[in-house]
Structures are given as structure tokens and as C-alpha cells.
Ligand binder design. Structure first.
Ligand code: ZN
Length: 162
């Protein structure tokens, strides 16, 4: 097994870890950086389309917020999360996408007036809607057979529902 720390290595937000187990490419969390970007996240060492599985520890945006971007870049694997995390992501990722679009539109209104190039939102509501189709909702405390090399079990850590 190979493990690389993509984000949240020196700080709290932007949680993302890359694992290679056998021939499978796996992410544990795919979070967005929040607050001052002091330590820039590493790039994921493989193409988004090559990621087989994502395991989402919980729905907070610093653990789930870049899933729509992963989808926009070609990810079509499976996302394992608890039932509650899946339901919360359904609300939070669409909301996050709405904020991205709203902020881009606001900046572009100013950019147009100043004759500056327009910005593109990091991802769209469509990307958020798209990635939600790849969630595999799981129960707490039940072993989930993912592939030959991997079985996972979600436990309640008492941090957030899901
Ligand atoms: Zn959290």
C-alpha cells in the first residue's frame, strides 16, 4: 500500500489522502481548502478519471467540497459514505456549487466593468448534481466489501452526523 498526503498535512482544512492498494487508486476525503491558503495542497498523483474509489469520512466541506471538481475532471468511480453523509452531501455540495457560481458571477460583474478577463467557477451545480449519482450509501458498523483488497466499516466518531 502506498499513501500520500494531499491536503490537511500541516493544517486542518482541505483533507485529502491518496492510497494505492494493488492496482486501485483511492482517495480518503476530497476536501476544499477553507480560510487562508497557507500550505498549498498537492495535486492528486493520478488523473481524476483513474480514481476508483473515494471514501468520505464526513460531510463537512473541508472533507467533501472538491468532489464536484473531481467529477468535472472525469471521475466516475464509487464514493463510499454513510447514509447520513450521503444525504448531507446532497444538500451541501449543491449549496457549495451555488456559492461558487454566485461568487464567479459577482466577480465577473466587476471584471466586466474593469475590462478584466472573466473567471470561471471552480465547479457548477450540474457538477455537484452529477457527482451525487456516484455515492454508495453505507450503514454504520457494517462491513462493506469494496473489492478483493479492501473492506471498509464506518463508525460513529461523534464529530458530525454521518
Ligand atoms: Zn469536520
Amino acid at each position: 500500500m502506498r499513501i500520500e498526503f494531499i491536503g490537511a498535512a500541516h493544517e486542518v482544512t482541505g483533507s485529502c489522502h491518496y492510497l494505492k492498494i494493488g492496482e486501485k487508486h483511492i482517495l480518503v476525503d476530497c476536501g476544499m481548502e477553507q480560510g487562508a491558503d497557507i500550505y498549498e495542497n498537492q495535486d492528486i498523483p493520478v488523473n481524476a478519471a483513474a480514481i476508483d474509489y473515494v471514501f468520505v469520512t464526513h460531510a463537512h466541506i473541508d472533507h467533501s467540497g472538491l468532489l464536484p471538481l473531481l467529477y468535472a475532471r472525469g471521475f466516475r468511480g464509487q464514493i463510499f459514505a454513510t447514509n447520513a453523509t450521503t444525504q448531507l452531501c446532497n444538500i451541501m455540495l449543491k449549496d457549495s456549487a451555488h456559492i461558487q457560481e454566485f461568487e464567479a458571477e459577482w466577480r465577473n460583474r466587476k471584471a466586466r466593468r474593469a475590462g478584466q478577463p472573466e473567471v470561471v467557477p471552480m465547479y457548477s451545480v450540474n457538477d455537484a448534481q452529477g457527482v451525487l449519482n456516484y455515492f454508495v450509501p453505507c450503514d454504520y458498523d457494517k462491513k462493506v466489501h469494496v473489492c478483493d483488497e479492501l473492506t471498509v466499516c464506518f463508525r460513529d466518531a461523534g464529530h458530525l452526523l454521518g
